[in-house]
Write a protein that binds this ligand. Structure first.
Ligand SMILES: [Zn+2]
Length: 46
């Protein structure tokens, strides 16, 4: 299991997602602890 630190581009809230770091995948995430908005985040192969 891997952890990825994320930041909401709208309200700046930080949280940790698990197993959301597959290379080349674009995830639609929701800022559950903050503003509640959805945004897309792309995780590259780094
Ligand atoms: Zn937010």
């Amino acid at each position: 299991m891997t952890k990825k630190m994320l930041k909401c581009p709208y309200c700046g809230a930080h949280w940790v997602e698990l197993d959301k770091d597959e290379c080349g995948e674009t995830y639609t995430l929701e800022c559950e602890d903050g503003c509640g908005k959805q945004f897309e985040m792309y995780f590259d192969a780094s």
